[in-house]
Design a protein around this ligand. Structure first.
Ligand code: CAA
Length: 270
């Protein structure tokens, strides 16, 4: 195994044969994604897409506690609508890479995967989870909506009614429920999580890379992931429009102040 720290917030581990483990490494914020980390992640994925030696990409979080605890609320809190649209579009560039790049991408969810964390996971080809994993889309509790693709992609995994329940309630779900819903392919005990994930990646990496790349492209077309990517801009604009609203200021302000938010509800005409 070799370890590279080429970016400030990203670690890349290499395992034979051709497996790259990309770890988000912002432990102080539970691996929350700020703009800098999103740019670094996009660059790391572009590098692996172009590297002929890379056969499988695993996305995971550094440390024991979190995969990715969402987009960085401290950075988002004071964004204006236009800035929030750009932020969502940056997130979409990363999720499109995970979904459409020429190599298989596995989300290895080792802990909290909330908001943008679940959204990064569902953009990968499939998800494996540690028994400590927790998924959820808590955005409505912050006065906003998911902005990195969940309004479109979550239903691919769990169906529209359950996707609506999860997005409307912000309810967190543990690994066993995520498995029952079809969100994750496997749940492994935390102690053997990485080894089991690596074993699965090695099975994939030992097959024909060109055949897998061809299968991935076709399956993305058949499952309409390609068409879906055209619709993401609508989500980015709706996400941005909520910034500056009373509920967004209250929701994110309450998180930063570590208190419960008090929302106003719809005003006439909304
Ligand atoms: N953004 C910024 N900082 C975050 C963060 C986030 N998403 N999640 C956690 N942190 C920070 C906390 O502020 C805290 O920092 P301080 O030590 O400086 O106070 C540190 O990480 C540790 O977090 P907690 O003390 O809250 O840890 P906990 O164990 O008590 O709770 C948690 C863990 C349940 C994951 C909780 O941190 C949490 O609810 N985080 C926010 C989850 C969230 O709402 N994510 C969605 C973000 S919005 C989004 O992602 C929009 C989108 O679709 C693009």
């Amino acid at each position: 195994m070799t370890l590279n720290k080429t970016e400030k917030n990203i670690l890349v581990e290499s395992h034979d044969p051709g497996i790259r483990v990309i770890k988000i490494a912002r432990a102080h914020a539970l691996n929350a994604l700020n703009s800098e980390t999103l740019i670094e992640l996009k660059n790391a994925l572009m590098r692996e897409a172009e590297n002929p030696e890379t056969r499988v990409v695993i996305l995971t979080g550094d440390g024991e506690k979190a995969f990715i605890a969402g987009a960085d609320i401290a950075e988002m809190k004071d964004k204006k609508p236009g800035e929030a649209v750009l932020f969502a579009q940056l997130g979409h560039e990363v999720t499109k890479y995970l979904e459409l790049m020429n190599k298989p991408t596995i989300a290895a969810v080792n802990g909290y995967a909330l908001g943008g964390g679940t959204e990064m996971a569902i953009a990968c080809d499939f998800i494996v989870a540690s028994d400590r994993a927790v998924f959820g889309q808590p955005e409505v509790g912050l006065g906003i909506i998911p902005g990195f693709g969940a309004t479109l992609r979550l239903a691919k995994y769990v169906g529209w009614p359950m996707a609506k329940e999860l997005i409307f309630s912000g309810r967190r779900i543990k690994a066993d429920e995520a498995f029952a819903l079809g969100l994750v392919n496997h749940v492994y005990p935390a102690a053997e999580f990485f080894e089991q994930t690596l074993a699965l990646a090695r099975t994939i990496a030992s097959q024909s890379t060109s055949a897998i790349s061809c299968a991935k492209k076709l399956m993305n077309e058949f499952s309409e992931s390609v068409g879906l990517n055209m619709k993401l801009d609508g989500e980015a604009h709706a996400f941005g429009m909520l910034f500056g609203s009373t509920d967004q200021r209250e929701g994110m302000g309450a998180f930063i102040d570590k208190r419960k938010p008090s929302f106003q509800g719809l005003s006439k005409g909304e």
